[in-house]
Design a protein. Structure first.
Ligand SMILES: [Zn+2]
Length: 162
C-alpha cells in the first residue's frame, strides 16, 4: 500500500490591484493610525468590524463610524492541526473569532499564549499590534490576540455575534 498524499506544493501567483470603497478606506486609514473603527447599521444598529459598505442583513448603507476598544471576547475558535505552506506558527494553534468590545461581528485572529486545551468561548482577549513603525493600511497591523486576566464574558454578550 502506498503512502497517503497529505499535501502537494503548487506554485501559483496572482497579482491584483485592490481598490477599497469608502467604508474600507476609512477602516484602513484608522488601522494605519492604530485605531479600531467600526461602522453602525442605521437600521439594526449592529456594528461591523471590519466594516463593509452596508449591512448584509438589512441591505442599507452604513453612515456612522464607531470607535472600538482593543479588547474583546472569543465567541468561538478553531484549533488548527494541519499546516499549510509558508505558515510560521507551530502546530497546533488557535484561530479565534473575536468580538471586539462595541462590535457585533467577529474578526478572525491568531491566539497566542493560550494552550489549545485552555482556550474557551467567553475568554477575554486583547489585540497585540506589530511595532508602530511597521503599521500599514491593513488589519495585519494586529499580530494576534492574547488572553486578559479577566473573568470570562457571559454567553449573552457574544452569542449573537455574526
Ligand atoms: Zn442592519
Amino acid at each position: 500500500m502506498s503512502e497517503p498524499i497529505t499535501g502537494i506544493t503548487t506554485p501559483i501567483r496572482m497579482e491584483y490591484r485592490y481598490t477599497p470603497g469608502t467604508a474600507t478606506s476609512l477602516f484602513l486609514r484608522a488601522m494605519k493610525e492604530g485605531r479600531f473603527e467600526g461602522r453602525r447599521c442605521p437600521s439594526c444598529q449592529k456594528v461591523y468590524f471590519p466594516p463593509r459598505g452596508g449591512c448584509s442583513m438589512c441591505g442599507v448603507e452604513f453612515a456612522e463610524s464607531v470607535p472600538l476598544k482593543n479588547t474583546g471576547t472569543i465567541a468561538t475558535y478553531t484549533v488548527v492541526n494541519v499546516n499549510f505552506a509558508n505558515r510560521t506558527v507551530d502546530l497546533p494553534y488557535v484561530v479565534a473569532e473575536v468580538k471586539f468590545d462595541g462590535a457585533d461581528v467577529t474578526t478572525s485572529l491568531l491566539l497566542k499564549g493560550v494552550g489549545v486545551d485552555e482556550v474557551r468561548q467567553g475568554m477575554r482577549v486583547e489585540a497585540k499590534w506589530i511595532p508602530e513603525d511597521e503599521w500599514d493600511f491593513s488589519l495585519a497591523n494586529i499580530s494576534h490576540v492574547e488572553a486578559l486576566d479577566e473573568p470570562d464574558a457571559p454567553l449573552e454578550s457574544y452569542k449573537d455575534a455574526i
